[in-house]
Design a binder for this molecule. Structure first.
Ligand code: DP6
Length: 338
């Protein structure tokens, strides 16, 4: 049988959660106990090229670019996760053959920014297109999430996105609440820690329900989700910021009180939180949120971005400040660029 070759390159951005997915009834399948809302980013992106060799049998090739953009065979743990996901896609869409995958992130791997949301979305889009399958954004969201990275479900859309909890009618797919053009917000990432976290998000989701406060968090979340939806609807930045910062602290309270306890924060995390409070007292509108890690995302409006950036860059313990803003949906092109 002759080999036919088809390739595609996809780009997808990471996202920052305003209401966090934390705790799952089935962590491997990313079945969230609560709905989450995020902002898709613009500059923190993953670029993935996939080439499908139809009719060939043999090993897939999985490559990852380093900080200088040089491709090399991906580390074992990374390859295993990618391999399982591409097998799932190949089997479901009945397209046997081998795949060559090459991925590059536009943001430093050591900056502690989760690359799984952008990475698995770009991978899913590139592979399905190389297999000749066209997914709708909703289908891309569902398939990306099946990688086990729940937040990937939200990176299938641009702008502001909600991923419903697993009890809803459409448990797997996210939906867009607001387009990126409807409201321009910025995300400054204060990098205070560049090492990988000790406890993975997957393990954090498993431990969440062991916190004595977890059920209470679930009771409080519907009102908080409504508050974020309303703030987005009205483009009310103060209203959004207050609830986003409260939510991040609440999620970390669950993290701290899980059994065994997890501590993602570092001294620099608190220093940034403290400085942002002072900036607010001085009249600058800035609010913090933290994912499962020590780095702090500061959400602000374009007019204040430069002043807040300069203030945060001076805080002790801050190694660098990455600048990002609300961004658009994933895109793809024919051909392998990596
Ligand atoms: C704290 O299971 O999506 O970021 O695959 O490592 O990105 P990764 O984790 P995932 O959990 C995300 C946890 C969170 C909150 C959120 O993004 O909703």
């Amino acid at each position: 049988m002759s080999t036919s070759i088809s390739s595609a390159t996809a780009e997808a951005a990471s996202n920052i959660a305003f209401i966090k997915y934390w705790g799952s009834s089935d962590p491997e399948r990313a079945a969230p106990r609560n709905s989450s809302i995020s902002m898709t980013l613009s500059d923190c992106r993953s670029i993935c090229s996939a080439t499908h060799y139809d009719g060939e049998s043999g090993r897939d090739q999985i490559l990852l670019a380093d900080e200088r953009g040089v491709l090399d065979v991906a580390p074992e743990s990374f390859s295993r996760r990618i391999g399982a996901h591409i097998d799932r896609l190949r089997t479901h869409f009945e397209r046997p053959g081998t795949l060559r995958i090459a991925t590059r992130n536009t943001f430093p791997a050591a900056a502690g920014i989760a690359s799984s949301a952008s990475g698995f979305t770009a991978l899913t889009l590139a592979v399905t297109r190389a297999l000749g399958v066209a997914l709708s954004p909703e289908e891309l969201s569902r398939w990306s999430r099946r990688s086990g990275s729940g937040s990937a479900s939200r990176s299938a859309f641009g702008g502001y996105v909600e991923w419903p909890d697993s009890s809803s009618d459409d448990p797997d797919g996210s939906r867009q609440l607001l387009t990126e053009d409807a409201w321009s917000l910025c995300d400054l990432v204060a990098v205070v820690e560049t090492r990988a976290k000790d406890v993975s998000s997957l393990e954090g989701h498993r431990r969440a329900a062991s916190s004595p406060y977890y059920e209470r968090r679930l009771e409080l979340l519907p009102a908080r989700l409504d508050e974020v939806r309303a703030a987005l609807d009205q483009r009310d930045f103060e209203r959004l910021g207050r609830v986003v910062e409260e939510e991040a602290i609440d999620m970390h309270l669950i993290v701290f009180s899980s059994k065994p306890a997890i501590f993602y924060w570092k001294p620099g995390t608190l220093a940034v939180l403290e400085r942002v409070r002072q900036l607010r007292a001085d009249g600058l509108a800035a609010y913090c949120t933290m994912d499962a890690g020590a780095n702090v995302h500061i959400i602000c409006q374009p007019a204040d971005e430069q002043s807040i950036h300069d203030e945060i860059a001076r805080v002790e313990g801050v190694q660098k400040v990455l600048r990002d803003r609300v961004g658009s949906a994933p895109v793809w092109r024919e051909g392998a660029e990596l």
